[in-house]
Write a protein that binds this ligand. Structure first.
Ligand SMILES: [Zn+2]
Length: 228
């Protein structure tokens, strides 16, 4: 690892780009207080000093965001050197992106999957809903046609049926949410050193699959809501 030394409690010490002192704070040198350039391999988790985990304390994340925003704001570095001013712009911009991405559990999960080498999964219907999904798409088409023909009886019946289906889809989304939550805990537990790497990989595979089911169902629910 260049430019950093791991000390006993696993905190990386950063060598200041300006004065050469070792600093525990990766953002500003604890010796000369100058803003440090962002190393190229920095991801949002490491930028914020967080382990690559899915369950995070969102209130703590918000506090960290505001604290760092105040310290790194480019307005404070108007009279600094070009390099330091650029570093404050880069750090502030990365801070905003990191906060926006990590504060939401789903975008946090998608980001972690991308870091772990997963491509964004295609939207896919859950296997246990395949038949129902097929029927629902037919019903949406039937409702559209009945609206065009002005067939009030069919419109009312399809609306009712699709309304019931929407309730079932929302229930399914809730179930997927609970499954994801359990898998987040499993991933976090299996991120500890010495844990089962196969289990870790399985957790992410399953999370990726559930996210693709989730976005499929959300799209379908949106289509139904628009039509009824
Ligand atoms: Zn320094």
């Amino acid at each position: 690892m260049t430019q950093s030394i791991i000390n006993n409690d696993q905190t990386a010490l950063v060598v200041c780009a300006h004065c050469g002192a070792e600093s525990a704070d990766p953002h500003l040198c604890s010796e000369c207080e100058r803003v440090q350039p962002v190393p190229s391999a920095t991801d949002y988790f490491s930028f914020l000093g967080l382990p690559r985990k899915l369950m995070i304390d969102e209130a703590e994340l918000e506090r960290t965001f505001y604290r760092l925003s105040r310290r790194l704001h480019p307005d404070y570095f108007m009279n600094a050197s070009t390099a330091e001013r650029q570093a404050s712009i880069d750090r502030s911009s990365m801070l905003n992106d990191a906060y926006r991405t990590l504060r939401d559990p789903i975008s946090r999960t998608q980001y972690l999957l991308s870091l772990e080498g997963y491509k964004e999964a295609e939207k896919k219907a859950p296997p246990d809903l395949l038949e129902e999904v097929f029927d629902l798409n037919m019903q949406i088409e039937e409702l559209k046609a009945a609206k065009k023909m002005g067939d009030a009886g069919v419109v009312a019946a399809e609306r009712r049926a699709l309304g019931d289906a929407l309730d079932r889809l929302n229930a399914k989304l809730k179930e997927i949410g609970q499954q994801l939550f359990a898998l987040f805990e499993l991933w976090d537990r299996s991120s500890e050193p010495g844990s089962d790497q196969k289990e870790r990989k399985r957790a992410l595979d399953r999370i990726s699959e559930l996210l693709s089911h989730r976005s499929y169902i959300r799209n379908l629910a949106r289509d139904i809501k628009e039509e009824i």
